[in-house]
Design a protein around this ligand. Sequence first.
Ligand code: NAD
Length: 348
Amino acid sequence: MTQPSPLAYVPFVSVDHMMQLIHHIGLERMLCDLADAIEADFRRWESFDKTPRVASHSAEGVIELMPTSDGDVYGFKYVNGHPKNMKDGLQTVTAFGLLAEVATGYPVLLSEMTILTALRTAAMSALAARHLAPKNARCMAMIGNGAQSEFQALAFKAVCGIDTVRLYDIEGKATDKAMANLADSGLTLVRCASAQEAIEGAQIVTTVTADKQYATILTDNMIGAGVHINAIGGDCPGKTELHRDILTRSDIFVEYPPQTRIEGEIQQLDPDHPVTELWQVMTGAAQGRRSADQITLFDSVGFAIEDFSALAYVRGKVAQTGLFQRLDLLADPDDPRDLFGMVRRAAS
Ligand code: NAD
């Protein structure tokens, strides 16, 4: 029986179309949808191929490929992390991603993912907090007010019911920008003069800074009982945010241990230090928060399945809305053996 042939073009979601899609769906709705899509895929964790991402490090940053497949669809993301870019007027993180049909190997979606990564990272953070943060959490500290920060704030509002965000950045203009962008969000915003001040009264602490070193954004004395820490910015070898002593007092939750042990806060710990995989919390195989006093830590590095979930969600939405371009990416001769003939005929 002949298989239906894949599309002769590849749907391409540009930055412009991604922004239109976000406004069409609504940013907070989309953050909630992405959290649900990621949770659905984490619940079927065992059906995915998994590998730590392939990283190419340089003095200034890293370029990474993040592949996975569920047997029907294959996906990967290209992403960089260059903390010094900001000073040159460039993004710290840029990305694009692709989905392909496993049966034919043909690409079925190519998408910008600089914006989509910010959404999926925020959705993943809020999803982890939905399982780990104290149930009555309403106030979050956000240390680092750069490109990811507003998405984080809105995801915690939409998914977890946070109503107050306490902001701090070493650069005041970053906090100015975040406060202005979030002014009509419905969140109560509190500008803080230090990380210490930002964490006062916060039940959730998000660290989302960028610095290519073992930084200490939070010291041990800053973290009291019962807090949930959402640590985003430690995501590369030699790039962490938390003092080691916080880690040894926390119950640590991770995406995919073989990758997090290389890249996350836990690179500071022994390789057999116990951690819990979040997918097991979601399926009920492992416990999330057990007590009001427990310090929970989501040691976020970003894993390929989250990008797969986000791309699959976008694929469905752009098919419904037409918010894509047809990309002439695949050579498609009428006779598949006659690739050369197709090139030759193009001369005329
Ligand atoms: P960005 O460069 O736009 O913002 C980082 C901000 O951190 C800047 O405003 C900077 O002034 C501030 N900062 C640096 N050091 C600080 C300190 N000691 N105290 C307070 N603020 C400080 O970067 P971004 O795109 O917002 O990304 C933030 C971090 O998140 C990066 O490290 C990036 O690699 C990481 N990231 C992680 C994931 C994930 O899935 N875990 C996904 C995307 C980005």
